[in-house]
Design a protein. Structure first.
Length: 170
């Protein structure tokens, strides 16, 4: 009986050790399940982070590309603006020069018109004297003076007017 009792005590101890080991195993299994759940969650987060990282990398690349395009457009627009300003400045310079030259040109035109009118008057007077001389009156001196008076304004006129007026002389 002692032997049986010892065996019962050993079986009790073994059962107790078994229960403790089972409890430890269950606890470790629970910890392992928790660790696996955490690992799984971390893997999911890691995958999401990688995807987000890839998305962000793609987005960053896309935005950098768009930024470069916009910078190119800005540079091109600035170049066009500089060209436009340069052309406008050139046109303004030409117009300002024309405006500055206009009074002198107007003065020359007026002087020319006056000389042309004076020439026409002298020519008309000479032609009148020549007609009177052709009728037999002695006006040779007046005709010579009229021709001399006519030469002054005529020499001041342009070549084109001279060539037109030379056709009118007798």
């Amino acid at each position: 009986m002692e032997y049986l009792e010892r065996l019962r005590n050993e079986v009790g101890r073994a059962k107790h050790e078994y229960d403790e080991l089972k409890a430890q195993g269950d606890a470790q299994a629970s910890v392992e399940k928790g660790a696996l759940a955490k690992a799984s969650a971390l893997e999911v987060q890691l995958c999401l982070a990688r995807d987000n990282s890839l998305v962000r990398t793609d987005m960053i690349t896309k935005l950098e590309s768009e930024l470069l395009k916009i910078k190119d457009e800005v540079v091109e627009s600035r170049a066009k603006a500089v060209m436009s300003r340069t052309k406008a400045d050139q046109k303004v310079t030409v117009y300002l020069k024309d405006v500055a030259d206009a009074p002198a040109k107007l003065r020359r035109t007026c002087e020319r018109k006056g000389r042309s009118k004076e020439y026409a008057q002298h020519k008309s007077r000479r032609e009148t004297f020549e007609k009177i001389h052709a009728r037999g009156f002695d006006l040779l001196e007046e005709v010579k003076r009229a021709r001399a008076n006519e030469r002054g304004p005529k020499s001041l006129l342009s070549d084109t007017e001279d060539s037109e007026d030379e056709d009118d002389e007798p």
